[in-house]
Design a protein around this ligand. Sequence first.
Ligand code: TYD
Ligand code: MG
Length: 469
Amino acid sequence: MARGSVSYICQNCGAVYNRWQGKCDACGAWNTLAQEASGPPVPVPGASRAAARGKGRIFPLEGLQGASMDAPRVPSGIGELDRVTGGGFVPGSVILIGGDPGIGKSTLLTQAGAVMARAGHRVAYISGEEAVAQVRLRAERLGLNDAAVELAAETHVEDIVATLSHGVVPRLAIIDSIQTMWTSSVEAAPGTVTQVRGSAQALIRFAKTTGTTVILVGHVTKDGQIAGPRVVEHMVDAVVSFEGDSGYHFRILRAVKNRFGPTDEIGVFEMTGRGLAEVSNPSALFLSGRDLSAAGTAVFAGMEGTRPLLVEIQALVAPSSLGTPRRAVVGWDPSRLSMVLAVLEAHGGLKLGQHDVYLNVAGGLKITEPAADLAAAAALVSSLAGIALPADTVHFGEIGLSGAVRPVAQAQARLKEAAKLGFNRAVTPPPARDQGEKTPLAVTTASHIADLVARIAAGGRRNPRPSNG
Ligand code: TYD
Ligand code: MG
């Protein structure tokens, strides 16, 4: 493409086109192409004169052996945040934190910044969305006004970099949000993909050269992607998403990408009147308010990273008045629900073709583990049969298309957590070979989906409804 020509850039994924078109071929989004002038390439400061002449500089190559350092870390002082980042902020790293508007990103970062400032680190908070007074008001509400966080309401990246590079460079710089930033090194209008990418590049360069940890806040589109700067996700060291249902008080911090730590850990917070509070025992929170006598609920003993997490799975199976019965699911993968239903029909002897099926993970949590299959199946069978499952039982196990229940990882950790929370029984897959340990509660193995269906039916016969007797 000729320099300085006009191109059309998808504001969702960053794909570039020569002509306008209604739909982006790359990401499938409609009406997201915007005209942007592609300016001259961004000059890289510090590039050698040899490079400017078009010749490369010769640099030494090194072997894999040699002195390497463990990434030094600066703990934020907020345990659940450190768990997600892998033990604290790595100097010079750049973290992108995404989440719906109003989920609490600014609140979390104000708290993290204040705790770090109190620990004696220099912290800068640059807001492109709110005035300094608004940020102060939030800090006041959080009771953090006394922390020595340095505030500014700025959006011009070159000014920000110049200010932060002046004097002692900060340990942590928070940029709220990357979509509001603009750089004079590119010609596009503020808010466009080109601007966001250019601004992110400048801030990443600042982090790498000074050793400051930079946190970029990113907005999220309706379908949960960090808006515009999908491209930014590839440039930063870590991408963290802040999730939660606005109808609930708790929030989950999840690492999507992390060059310096794990990506399967979650941090759990509760939004209170005085900011975000850490939740150290999430299982108790997700199981609170359980209806113990209702049919159609099962407790799933899950794992989130290294931490076991118990959640309630609710199912409603009801005769349908529609030609094509409805299937709706919240917090779980709809295609997994279809699969479990198909297996229940084919191998469990259930007839579900004339029934609407609803499945819900209580509390607004999203489950991605296949180990939830058995608990979901138990909830579905319980609802269809109208038989409540014993309230002191947990379930876990993956269901195969043959109807076999397959072992899952970390069975012991799941059982221990269940025992800790007062559960007495567990329905599990047959033990894996390496799992010879004593179990802390009474374990029933279900090796096939038919075992599960038979057990639930037998439970109903053994405990007839009071009205029957
Ligand atoms: P905010 O951090 O501004 O969200 P974001 O930056 O992700 O857009 O948080 C906004 C919500 O949090 C707002 O609806 C009010 C609520 N909130 C509390 O419930 N308690 C608090 O102490 C604070 C500061 C905010
Ligand atoms: Mg905000």
